[in-house]
Structure formats: C-alpha cells, structure tokens
Design a protein. Sequence first.
Length: 183
Amino acid sequence: MRYFYDTEFLEDGRTIDLISIGIVAEDGREYYAVNSDMDHGRIAADEWLCKNVVPHLPLRGGKPTKSFGSNRWSWSLDMSSTLVKPKWVIANEVREFLLAHPDTEHEVELWADYGAYDHVALAQLWGRMIRLPKGLPMFTHEFQQRWRDAGRPELPEQTDGQHDALADARNLKECFEVLQQAE
C-alpha cells in the first residue's frame, strides 16, 4: 500500500521538530494531525513558518500577526480542535493508519516530495530510527527522483494550500498518479 505524506516542521540545522503531518493512502484514506507539543515560542520567532505554515493550522483568533517593532509573531493554536494532539497520540494514530490495510501481503510504501526531512520527522515520532514500528520502512521513496528519472513530465500545479501538510500530501498523490499514467 502506497502512502503519500508531508510534514511541516521547525528545523534549526540540529533538530527537526514536527508541527503537522498529512498522509493520503493509495486507497483514499486520509490522516492529518497538528502537534500540540510543538515549541510555540521558537515557531513564533521564525518568520517563514509564521507566514507559510502557521496560517494553515487550527488557530484561535485568525491568522498570525506581527506587532510593529517586534521580531516575534503572535498566534494561538486552537487546543480544542480534534486535529491538535500530543506527539505520542500522533505516533499511535500514524502507526495504526499506516498498518491498517487488511492485506498483510502488501508492504507499506512511503512517498514524499523532497522527503529527507519528512522521513526524519516521521521516524522521530517513535524516537530513534531503530524504534520504528515493525512493518514501517526505514526509508521514504523520493518523488523528485522518480519525476526526474521519468523525464520531468508536466504535473498538476498545486493552486492552494502550499505548506498545509494534508493539502501537500493530496497534491503529491495526484502528481504520482499522473506520473504513473505517463510512464
């Protein structure tokens, strides 16, 4: 079973901290969650995340704002949203989602676009890479490589939702299907 996924994360060159994850299964099932344990303070200091990722999260009081003369953004995650969960809950739900396919003969096949950091963010749900749940691969297939190997055919453009993990995963699945038909 193929799974197309995307993560949004805070990275500083040493760590990759999950903000949100979106997964779309080949059979159409979807999963999306926002990490309630994310470091709000560090994210509020990251202009790119506040402009591009945070607006897609469940927020209270609208989009993030930046006060004149401040280098920090102000925003409030809607902790009452069912999409907002502690990292340990996300880990359990992602494991169940990825391993839920009744046909145990099919291996889990993970796909991401520019997926190196996505795979680390996914694997870190369970700690070190060696703690990945049984049945989950220790690698993610790279869509960019497959696209380049196929001669870079034209793909559907994502018109909205860039940096919304679920919208990005949906677009990836659509692009993969177009690429498969072109091959």
